[in-house]
Design a protein around this ligand. Sequence first.
Ligand code: GLC
Length: 434
Amino acid sequence: MNISQQLGKLKRGIFRIKKIPRFFILLIATIATIQFLILPALTQQPVTVQVLMSALEAAQWQEFVDEFEEQNPNINLEILEGPNETNLVEDLYTSAFLLGDSPYDLVYLDIVWVPKFAAAGWLMPLSDRVSQDQLSKFMQGDVEGGRYNGELYRMPLRSDGGMLYYRTDLLKQGGYEPPETFAELMQISQALQQQTGVEWGYLWQGKQYEGLSAMFVEILEGFGAFWVNPDTLEVGLDQPEAIQAVEFLLNTIEKEVSPPGVTTYAEEETRRLFQNGEAIFLRNWPYVYPLAADSEIAGQFAIKPMVHQPADSSGACQGGWGLGISQSTQHPDEAWKVIEFFNRPDVQKRFSLATGYAPALKSLYTDSELVAKYSYFPQMLEVLEKAVLRPPIAQYAQASDILQRYLSAAITQTMTPEKAMNRAAQETRRLLGD
Ligand code: GLC
């Protein structure tokens, strides 16, 4: 073999060696594409997003969960059922976050939990995900209630505000207009209890829990009093007007306008009594309306803003619920997709039509279909726009706990209203670092 033949053989050899890697490269690329791109896409497990809600609301949202999953086949949305009382749900979230490794990707938050959860670092900031323009479509109080230190941590899903329910048939029978003041509420109650034989005049939430603080905020406002000024941290619980507010509640029990058991009732106990025709007036949230409209008293009740002192104005406690994203979730984008879906105007509208909850989107209060079903929606909008916040401070849970304990002591007559409110004010001042 001469040199040129030898060179030729070498070239062919090199060529063959070169050819093998090309083939391999192709083969490896094909296998990699199948293994890393096609197979995972074909066999991909949907991501599960979990949230905890009261059992009552979990059932109400379920129909929308099915719809969401149909439209988002890669996301599995699981609503875990919790207790119906807000404090108990809060305790479950709190212990999950304190223990670490929380199973919740989304947090369904009562408006009063936002400062605490945000300050503890349990929620992701949301302002990068939503524009000011989008936010301006929601009720202002509900958006503001989702902020802490200027950052947004919660998107509103539904608003809430306390209202006075009254029996139109009984008031008509006695020839009364709906009451405007605390005194009228007492007087009409006592007269109608006598005339009609209906057992109770006025039902309210007196159990030692968050509902007691929410209800009391309205009585305070009606007496021209206040709890904590969030800007100055001034505490108003021992002022004479605040003590009068407690005396009013105690008086309803002493005069047998309210049942003695009212000191153990949450929302649901009072709703059931009212629906069964056992009371003339009820303080409660809008969720009661469609349920009562389907009960024994159907067509015989209406709602109006809460009563007040002649010189003061009516107050509705700002309530409401919304979704935040848990700081520990592995799936923040999927969680945000859930929020976007629940906030969609058509979903909000159908949810409100079905449940009577006060919508988070402003435009729905004047939506013709909603107004045809709930004629009081435009009036409710006015009430909610002036709703009174419970103090939006990071120590809210402790402040509310103090108030609940002393209010409960006063209405169960283990302490005078004056002593109870003095103590409550002192403890609250200590809490706020006075
Ligand atoms: C309602 C309100 C909530 C409040 C709770 C008290 O759920 O929306 O804000 O804390 O009642 O029971």
